[in-house]
Design a binder for this molecule. Structure first.
Ligand code: CA2
Length: 148
């Protein structure tokens, strides 16, 4: 019998590819590649594998969620602005029945009213927001602990 390591899919949505290059007063100077490196290190410390992806497309996010079962054991999702609009993403997460952590760099509850509603929260195991890039390794640890 082949036993594989716990695997966690980390999905980043629209505009997060711009991190560190625009609006540093809101999102800081850390790039998405820096965050990827934080996640790789955290996964190594935990003894799990990760896939780290970014797309600006809602459809691609949904496809990646659909494809996760069988390869990944859980999902960390920073859906960007789709968090506040996408019933389709919420339905995809609910359909695959993998534990998911919703993640945001900023504290969405301290920002504009339209950021206070999250469709993802309704189907998430938990939510981490407002802790900047360090939220990613924290989410990995929390999801890994939930899974093992
Ligand atoms: O705080 C977060 O992580 C967000 O998911 C980021 C989204 C925002 O729409 C959510 O409400 C909260 C926006 C990501 C945009 O990232 C940029 C980075 C640099 C420059 C411009 C946008």
């Amino acid at each position: 019998m082949v036993i594989r390591m716990t695997s966690i899919l980390i999905l980043n949505g629209p505009n997060l590819n711009l991190l560190g290059t625009r609006q540093p007063e809101v999102y800081g100077h850390t790039t998405l590649d820096d965050i990827r490196a934080l996640c790789v290190q955290a996964a190594e410390d935990l003894g799990c594998t990760i896939a780290f992806e970014q797309t600006n497309s809602e459809a691609t996010l949904i496809d990646m969620i659909h494809d996760a079962p069988g390869t990944h054991d859980g999902i960390i999702l920073n859906a960007g602005a789709y968090t506040h609009t996408s019933i389709a993403l919420m339905d995809a997460l609910a359909a695959v029945e993998l534990p998911a952590i919703e993640l945001h760099l900023s504290n969405i509850h301290a920002r504009e009213d339209f950021r206070h509603r999250s469709y993802i929260s309704k189907v998430a195991l938990g939510v981490i927001c407002g802790l900047g890039p360090q939220g990613y390794p924290l989410a990995l640890r929390a999801l890994h602990d939930h899974l093992v």
